[in-house]
Design a protein around this ligand. Structure first.
Ligand code: CA
Length: 233
């Protein structure tokens, strides 16, 4: 029995019905809100596990809804945007959204995003907050010692690779934008730093991934950023 409760925020009734029908068929519980104000109210009164948030709402800007929810809660937010709203999607991720779906999306995509988010919830609830050790599949990071291991053997990373890996690990399951990553790593976000980021991620993958060309752990989101996926063991 799937006890995860999803708050579905969508003003477009046919899409809302498609989502809720899918959720029902897969034993999710759900609540719905047709606008931003009701979404904020529902998020605070019913404490759902995950929010599915359409960015184009009649009353509030979706980004504002994220900022307001983030003022008290870290609950996962998956945004839904139209293809023409690419900028909005990046802004939403910068404001604290975890993941995104682009319209039109399939039922399979929706379910896959929910599974990724549920895995992330499972890790964050299993791990003691502020745990000094991070484990994902064959990868282990000992934050206190500043060491990284792959299959039990120490990995030799450059300080920059290590820094990027730590930011990805601390946000496992979450899509991080180029801007977020470069600001965390360099303290600023210039176009040439985004280019450096690509280079460092490529060298990191060669050290981490058995097949760097089809990465299992560090996923690329073209034009958006990167995400570390929880590897199934
Ligand atoms: Ca809409």
């Amino acid at each position: 029995m799937n006890k995860t409760t999803i708050l579905v925020v969508e003003d477009d009734a046919p899409i809302r019905n498609l989502i809720t029908t899918t959720l029902k068929a897969h034993d999710y519980k759900y609540l719905t809100a047709p606008n931003g104000e009701q979404a904020i109210l529902a998020a605070s009164s019913y404490q759902p596990d995950i929010v599915l948030l359409d960015l184009g709402l009649p009353d509030l800007d979706g980004v504002e809804v994220i900022e307001r929810i983030r003022s008290w809660s870290n609950l996962p937010i998956i945004v839904i945007s139209a293809r023409s709203e690419d900028e909005d999607k990046i802004q939403a991720l910068d404001a604290g959204a975890d993941d995104y779906l682009t319209k039109p999306f399939s039922v399979e995509e929706l379910l896959a995003r929910l599974r990724v988010t549920q895995r992330r919830l499972a890790i964050t609830s299993n791990e003691a907050p502020g745990s000094p050790v991070f484990v994902n599949g064959n990868l282990k990071i000992d934050y206190a010692a500043g060491c990284t291991y792959l299959n039990g053997e120490e990995l030799h990373l450059t300080p920059m690779e290590y820094k990027i890996l730590c930011v990805l690990a601390q946000n496992v399951g979450k899509v991080l934008t180029h801007k977020y990553l470069t600001q965390k790593v360099w303290g600023s976000s210039w176009e040439n730093q985004v280019a450096s980021l690509r280079v460092f991620v490529a060298t990191l993958r060669r050290k981490l991934e058995p097949e760097p060309d089809s990465p299992q752990m560090i996923q690329t989101h073209v034009g958006v950023g990167y995400r570390m996926l929880k590897v199934e063991t």
